[in-house]
Design a protein around this ligand. Sequence first.
Ligand SMILES: Cc1cc2nc3c(=O)[nH]c(=O)nc-3n(C[C@H](O)[C@H](O)[C@H](O)COP(=O)(O)OP(=O)(O)OC[C@H]3O[C@@H](n4cnc5c(N)ncnc54)[C@H](O)[C@@H]3O)c2cc1C
Length: 334
Amino acid sequence: MSEKNTKVWTIAEAANGKLKSVSYELLARGRSLADACSEQLVSVLIGANVSKAELTTLIQHGADLVISVQDPALEAFIVETYSNVLIDLVQQMKPNIILAAATNNGRTLMPHVAMRLHTGLTADCTDLQIDLTTGDLLQTRPAIGGNILATIKTPNHRPQMATVRPRSTQPLPADPSRTGHILQISLKPELVDKRVKLLSFEAETADESNLQDSDVIVSGGRGMKKADNFQLLHDLASLLGGKVGASRDAVDRGWARYPQQVGLSGKTVLPKLYIALGISGAIQHLAGMKTAETIVAVNTDPNAAIFQVVDFGIVGDAFQVLPELISRLEERKS
Ligand SMILES: Cc1cc2nc3c(=O)[nH]c(=O)nc-3n(C[C@H](O)[C@H](O)[C@H](O)COP(=O)(O)OP(=O)(O)OC[C@H]3O[C@@H](n4cnc5c(N)ncnc54)[C@H](O)[C@@H]3O)c2cc1C
């Protein structure tokens, strides 16, 4: 394969044989960069049990080439081995740009790879552009607690690497008429780091997993007063077929767990409906949910910042509004 053909890479992720939606979101970002510099877009999958038909969906969503390294030894994400595999590919094919998801895996893998390749990495980019004169990737991300947007370049090192938050981009619509190639590469046994073994796997609870894929999120903050009161949020979320999120304050107090945290240092979510109860709307919280389709907030303080981003605001006590909402929904259901 010629170097010229492998300039813009995105790292796909899969679980249980299915590609995660972030793989397609990254392709949307990658496509616009590849088009801007007239390069091919390559999607790289390191993993196991992903069928050819599933890999073809990467082509339908924008990839020109899919590089797949699959092996039972890659079923569990072990950063040392994944890093060996990705570095081996990079050294052979010399990509110019690599985009990965700011997921647990991406956030673990990419710093490992960046350090070993002696190149830069910009985490959690919100915008990516190409400077066509220099070929530099302009990597924009919030800085200083989300108060400014900084644009970062990696002028002297290649590849240029960035992570992008899940749900911050819409995937391109699938186009079944798109054509491309799938390159299956066997895992070189020497790339498996035998020092690391998976002993056990603890899954997130149903509420914590895939918060970012939920269409409805009911989030609570300090205004919920205590952990037990989160049960009301669970009741409302289950009536709406949604999941429970939380502000950092609620997580710090142990009322919810970190995978439920929404915001700058938690998850970015893009649900159809986001209901915030007892959350003030600090800029760091808004950074994770302000692009939700419809935002509803309940807060006793009419001046709470959350009301600046809502579609429907209820100035009131969550402990009056929540039981009312729950009983109305129950009535409707019955
Ligand atoms: C670098 C950095 C990263 C951060 N990352 C995040 C992040 O990822 N996510 C995040 O959420 N925060 C984050 N924060 C923290 C953020 O600044 C706020 O401190 C936090 O969001 C506040 O949480 P809260 O809204 O639950 O609490 P508060 O700000 O204390 O708000 C509680 C709200 O509840 C209302 N209330 C009280 N009683 C009731 C009631 N009975 N009914 C209805 N409303 C009531 C009050 O009027 C108030 O508005 C970060 C901060 C920093 C510096």
